[in-house]
Write a protein that binds this ligand. Structure first.
Ligand code: ASP
Length: 348
């Protein structure tokens, strides 16, 4: 009798697994990307530069779209979209990463799978060509969630990821931005005679005026799964060892099939303190708020109220999207199964 019961249970389990694997693909899929928020003004843009950004965003959208359309996973789509922006020197991630105060490039990245809340991240890495793939390797090939510095680099090498000399990340425009940031900070120090302004200058060593350029992607795939990915060089002139929000799960990156996938860009310290991405998910889960309301509350109200700025992209479990930012602009775009595609840079 017991044997019969076990056989019956195995039969049921087998059938439900087969059913799960053969589930018909849904029509709905969405990919949203960002290439950073900040002081992005049309008046400071040349038509060539604008086109270069648009082309880069379109390319990332197309790569992710091709994966999603064929029934590929949200994880593969967000990784592919982010990798393509990491390889483009226009963005503050991978090749175009900003410089630290010491003149180095220290990169952070994270990825999360909304299906099972698996997550992986790397922080402060200097030799991994595509940090987002290293984050994925941490998620899938280690028992850990976050690895930093030399250890993360050793792990990435062992897993066969592409390793480059730190000089690969040198770009002239980022080097100049560092020199400008250092000069601006030292002027600020000299000008600040009274103690309160001196304190506020000291609080802003990373220089908030240099636009953020982190990249990120969120997707809903045809299996109904959500994923989020974020990659960054951090903030120009950041101090040694500084880690931003991008690799902190729940701050700059989060995905949960029950609610939403989020990727942020902006002043990382504030995103961490607000637990930005997870707060939006919680507002949706426990407060039953629609995505737009939750995202606006965090980005348009609580973030500036605390003194920070930035933006984020999000897609919820039903495919609704939000792209709020409280800066002048945010490189952003989306594509969905209806073929609707949009790339934007400035405020509307
Ligand atoms: N959020 C990033 C950080 O603070 C910066 C950015 O978005 O560009 O590291």
């Amino acid at each position: 009798m017991k044997r019969l019961f076990i056989l019956f249970a195995l039969f049921i389990l087998n059938n439900s697994l087969a059913l799960a694997q053969n589930q018909p693909l849904r029509d709905k899929f969405v990919l949203v990307i960002h290439g950073g928020a900040g002081t992005i003004l049309k008046s400071q843009m040349t038509p060539e530069k604008e086109k270069a950004f648009q082309d880069a965003l379109n390319k990332a959208l197309q790569l992710g779209n091709d994966i999603l359309q064929k029934g590929g996973t949200a994880l593969d789509a967000v990784e592919a979209a982010v990798r393509s922006m990491e390889d483009n020197p226009l963005f503050n991630a991978g090749k175009g990463a900003v410089f630290t105060n010491e003149g180095k490039n220290e990169l952070d990245a994270a990825i999360m799978n909304g299906e099972n809340l698996a997550a992986g991240s790397v922080a402060g890495v200097t030799t991994i060509k595509n940090p987002i793939s290293a984050a994925r390797a941490v998620m899938e090939k280690s028992p850990h969630v976050m690895m930093t510095g030399k250890g993360a680099e050793k792990f990435a090498r062992e897993k066969g990821l592409e390793i480059v000399d730190p000089s690969y990340f040198y770009t002239e425009h980022r080097w100049k931005a560092l020199q400008a940031a250092i000069a601006e900070d030292s002027t600020k120090m000299k000008l600040d005679h009274d103690d309160s302004t001196r304190q506020s200058a000291l609080k802003q060593p990373e220089n908030r005026d240099y636009k953020y350029g982190t990249v990120g992607a969120v997707a809903l795939d045809r299996h109904g799964n959500l994923a989020a990915a974020t990659s960054t060089g951090g903030m120009t002139n950041k101090k040694f060892g500084r880690v931003g929000d991008a690799p902190i799960i729940g701050a700059g990156t989060y995905a949960n099939n029950q609610t939403v996938a989020v990727s942020g860009t902006g002043w990382g310290e504030y995103f961490i303190r607000l637990v930005m991405a997870k707060s939006i998910s919680d507002m949706m889960e426990f407060g039953k708020m629609p995505l737009k309301k939750a995202a606006d509350e965090m980005v348009m109200k609580r973030l500036p109220a605390l003194g920070g700025d930035g933006g984020l992209i999000a897609v919820d479990k039903d495919g609704n999207i939000a792209m709020p930012f409280c800066t002048e602009g945010m490189y952003r775009g989306f594509i969905d199964n209806s073929g609707k595609k949009e790339v934007r840079i400035y405020k509307d």
